[in-house]
Design a protein around this ligand. Structure first.
Ligand code: SF4
Ligand code: SF4
Ligand code: FES
Length: 242
């Protein structure tokens, strides 16, 4: 089989031939580096879908290279919206700064008894491995680089739903700008998450929470949904041109 990999030095795809055997993309990358091209650069750690370092795009869709079974014709590219350091290796710091911007942590601790049910409520969001796949899949970053983005909002939701958080309002205030209302609810993030997290649902839940705190979508609020203006006091302007 042959696969193509976007190489940063030539800004073009380079074709590599591999034996027709079942293997993960990460194993294929390691083989290529060891036997064909020592300059090929990529990142990986655990090789078990745990550390989140090996995310790339295959045929336009984000995957963990240690979990993706490589196929003939696959086109491999680095994550979107991340500065490329070399080939498939990207700088994740700017994307992960969204966690800081969203202040996605426990703001003020309070004593609370947590039941198993409470733990299950935020368990899924806690599984995030910060692979950045959802960030790369989100179309909003193409037009708004200041958007807080899916994994930061998922984490903000996780803490807002934590009974040990006594200052939910400060999380609510933080996600108003470049946050919950900027999301288009397209589900792109949810479709690619390797841990089965649903950032779109978490953002929807956050929206509902912020409304309960008295906030609203400013853009929506500014839209006029009153009586249509037809151009005359009688409503329809018969001399109007169309
Ligand atoms: S649902 Fe929202 S956060 Fe997720 S990819 Fe779409 S726009 Fe981005
Ligand atoms: S929410 Fe899922 S896709 Fe996004 S960073 Fe976390 S594990 Fe990766
Ligand atoms: S190498 Fe750790 S998630 Fe793939």
């Amino acid at each position: 089989m042959t696969i193509q990999i976007l190489r940063s030095q030539i800004n073009d795809y380079q074709t590599y031939t591999l034996a027709d055997e079942e293997m993960t993309l990460l194993k294929a990358l390691i083989k290529i580096k060891a036997t064909q091209d020592a300059t090929l650069t990529f990142t990986a750690g655990c090789r078990a879908s745990v550390c989140g370092t090996c995310a790339v795009r295959v045929n336009g869709r984000e995957v963990l290279s240690c979990a993706h079974k490589v196929r003939d014709g696959d086109m491999i590219e680095p994550l979107n919206y991340h500065p490329v350091l070399r080939d498939l290796k990207v700088d994740k710091q700017p994307a992960q700064k969204t966690l800081l911007n969203a202040t996605a942590w426990l703001h003020r601790y309070q004593e609370a008894v947590l039941t198993h049910k409470d733990e299950r409520f935020t368990e899924r969001q806690t599984d995030c491995i910060l692979c950045d796949a959802c960030y790369s899949a989100c179309p909003v970053f193409a037009v708004n680089p200041d958007f807080l983005g899916p994994f930061a909002l998922t984490r903000a939701y996780r803490y807002s739903a934590d009974k040990q958080e006594s200052e939910v309002k400060s999380i609510v205030e933080r996600v108003q700008h470049n946050g919950v209302w900027e999301c288009t609810l397209c589900s792109g993030c949810t479709l690619v998450c390797p841990k089965g997290i649903d950032p779109k649902m978490d953002i929807t839940m956050l929206r509902s929470l912020v409304v309960q705190h008295g906030y609203e979508d400013r853009t929506f609020a500014q839209m006029g949904f009153g009586t249509p203006d037809f151009g005359s006091e009688f409503g329809f302007d018969s001399n109007g041109e169309f």
